[in-house]
Ligand binder design. Sequence first.
Ligand code: FAD
Length: 398
Amino acid sequence: NRRVVIVGAGLAGVQTAVALREQGWRGAVTVLGEEPHQPYDRPPLSKAVLLGKADGSAFDVDFEALGIELLLGRRAIGLAAGSRVLETDAGPLPYDHLVIATGAEPVTLPGCDGLPDVHVLRTLDDAERLRPVLTGQREVVVVGAGWIGAEFATAAREAGCRVTVVEAADRPLAGALPAEVAAPMAAWYEDSGARLRTGARVAAVTEGAVTLADGTVLTADAVVVGIGARPATSWLAGSGVELSPEDRSVLADERLRTTLPDVYAVGDCVSFPSARYGSRLLVHHWDNALHGPRTVAATIVRGAAEGPVYDPVPYFWSEQFGRFVQYAGHHAGADETVWRGDPQSAAWSVVWLREGVLVALLAVGRPRDLAQGRRLIERGAVLDRRMAADASVPLKSA
Ligand code: FAD
């Protein structure tokens, strides 16, 4: 009876276990998770769960019926690959196949350790700690105008908090979107009643205040740091699993196999080569943690060289300031942008073309554009620039 051990009980870990059963794996499946909670979904943490509109977001999976063993509140601390043993804080666990699905952990601000009112937002416990900040309508400084910062600011404004968002770059989402596309989003903060200070670097966080590099002191009952996340892979040091020196992601191949035999990685912790985009991708989005597991399960069930290749068109969404923002594909600085609709209005899209081929799309309140665009991106469709710019007609290939 061969055993698959999955490290990490987030979306990627749980979906790998489910996919193994769906694909006919008869051996044992064990999922190990550091958090004590029943496995849960993260997107609601910055939305309904934060606002108290939902108590939790546990996955609707009957682990017992599927014959999946859950070991919760248990942490992997090392890997002895030669003897196929996972080391955990409660003793060793032998495996035949190992799946690394430890996700990512938030980047923190230096000097903030131990300050009681400085928060990150990654786990259910984080969201629960932040709830009283919202119900108490506290004054909040959010550090970082990325996806998490924007969603937290949205919820905090909805709850009636005073919110200031400080961002080191000159615009929101500077890491994800070009200046002209992110520019209209800056107004969303102000429209919601939040203050957005771009070009603002945090010099120090002390109890009750955030001091910026220019000397400005912002009072804050609570500080929420949303400056990114990095793969949770430090436990793999010295294990032989190769990590990227740049971003600490597990380096996997096109079937999500790591550099060790029978060891796979999936979700937020791994980067993989994309033939579609000609580069290695590290994707920190829900859709990737949903689909990658099918590839891993197929490779385990069918044998290492038989499984499908993983080369997705990345997709994600964000709900911020009353808008539904969706992005599909992967664009580069040199790609041509074509606007569909007026960015000052409630609904608009941007498409990115590379030599006429649709490579990426951002849709704000235009889910149909997203659905059509995503299919066209998958097919590598060529678009007529003039027709693509006409928001009154559906996106279609030239
Ligand atoms: P994770 O969900 O991080 O799960 C990894 C699990 O492994 C964790 O539970 C962790 O405790 C555990 N673990 C780590 N190390 C160890 C160890 N050594 N031993 C045992 N267990 C360990 N994406 C979108 O596309 N749209 C959204 O709107 C969106 N909203 C989000 C909102 C929030 C607040 C957050 C945090 C993320 C959001 N995301 C969103 C991103 C999405 O949730 C992630 O991409 C997804 O959760 C990744 O799944 P994962 O299983 O790879 O990692």
